[in-house]
Design a protein around this ligand. Structure first.
Ligand code: A3P
Length: 345
């Protein structure tokens, strides 16, 4: 063995040692955490106050330990089923629009899904590698990523740097229905369908991936109130109501405001259309294949409507959730639009 080979072998063995001690550390951690049954498969662990799916616990800890944010980074942060796919597409198309202007290279969103373009830290970047090469984790500049990790549990470098965070939330009733139906689709054929009463009760007790939703939303809401240049808080319902003005907010926040010329040329409307539910769902790339997490790409698109909860929730479920929303959010300034069908006032 020559010197170069021997040095490589030493590094490989060192990496193995680090991985082994890291796995031991994680095993010890897992034993100390409260555990509940997950909605799809595997367990949920109560880690740092949120219910972390077992499958991403290790990547979440790696992300927290090793991720070094750049000042120019942008993080799309969301609670599951609140419009992550949509926000990824909108942020990607807005942030990089000058790199894929008309007539040039084919727009990447025609050949890659929003989840491939804007990779999840916990389900993708850190899924199989505790220490990925920072240069290779995003092919675009500035770097753009996504996460479901709550604000309090983000790596400190995200909070300490000038990295920007774009957050989207959605009214908890539609979010619950979306997650319940999504989880049912992903359960194995030999598993029973989720009982709506059982998962609704779990949801109200905060037991769902990255839950409770109220703590998640409030942490990002408070951060956006304290530092509006750092955290932009968006709502799914506002995007549905007036996508153009929300896109303008997004572009201003990202530091790439639409120019007068762009507005005249209809660039804002073009981005809104390219990222719309109907357009994205009909793209071949979003109809076939699996995301790296194993989820079929097509399952990220269902109805894309506000107020669908009224087709699923019973009056007693609505009453319980309304009460919870009041309890958790009153006085915070954070409110939700549930469509015109109910008013919480
Ligand atoms: P529904 O199940 O209510 O239809 P996430 O992307 O966070 O997983 O959220 C999924 C929800 O967003 C699903 O809601 C899905 O249909 C909806 N969605 C996906 N793409 C969308 C788009 N481009 N515009 C609006 N809603 C979208």
């Amino acid at each position: 063995m020559d010197a170069a080979e021997s040095s490589k072998a030493k590094i490989a063995s060192l990496i193995q040692d680090v991985k082994k001690s890291w796995d031991d550390e994680l095993q010890q951690l897992v034993q100390t955490l409260p555990k509940e049954e997950g909605w799809i498969s595997g367990s949920l662990y109560l880690y740092q106050g949120f219910w972390c799916p077992a499958i991403v616990l290790k990547p979440v800890v790696s992300f927290q330990k090793h991720f070094q944010a750049f000042d120019s980074d942008v993080m799309v942060a969301t609670f599951p089923k609140c419009g992550t796919t949509w926000l990824k597409a909108l942020t990607f198309s807005t942030l990089y629009r000058s790199q894929f202007s008309r007539g040039g290279i084919e727009h990447p969103s025609l050949t890659s899904t929003p989840h491939q373009l804007v990779r999840f830290m916990e389900y993708d970047v850190y899924a199989n590698n505790p220490c990925p090469d920072p240069e290779n984790i995003c092919v675009y500049k500035p770097r753009l990523f996504a996460t479901h990790v709550p604000h309090a549990s983000l790596p400190t470098s995200i909070k300490d740097s000038k990295c920007k965070i774009v957050y989207i939330c959605r009214n908890p009733m539609d979010m619950f229905v979306s997650l319940w139906l999504f989880s049912n689709k992903l359960r194995d054929e030999n598993q029973e369908s989720l009982s709506p009463n059982k998962v609704f009760d779990m949801f109200c007790r905060g037991i769902c991936a990255f839950g409770p939703i109220f703590d998640h939303a409030l942490e990002y809401w408070n951060a956006s109130q304290e530092n509006p240049d750092k955290v932009l808080f968006l709502k799914y319902e506002d995007l549905k109501e007036d996508i153009s003005s929300q896109l303008k907010r997004l572009s201003m926040f990202l530091g790439v405001p639409f120019t007068e010329d762009e507005e005249k040329q209809g660039v804002v409307e073009e981005i809104a259309k390219v990222c719309s539910f109907d357009k994205l769902r009909e793209l071949e790339v979003n109809k076939k294949g699996l995301h790296i997490s194993g989820i079929p790409h097509k399952d990220f698109f269902r109805k894309g409507k506000v107020g669908d909860w009224s087709n699923y929730l019973t009056p007693s479920m609505v009453e319980r959730l309304e009460k919870l929303i009041h309890e958790k959010l009153d006085g915070s300034g954070l409110t939700f639009n549930f469509s015109s069908k109910i008013s919480l006032d």
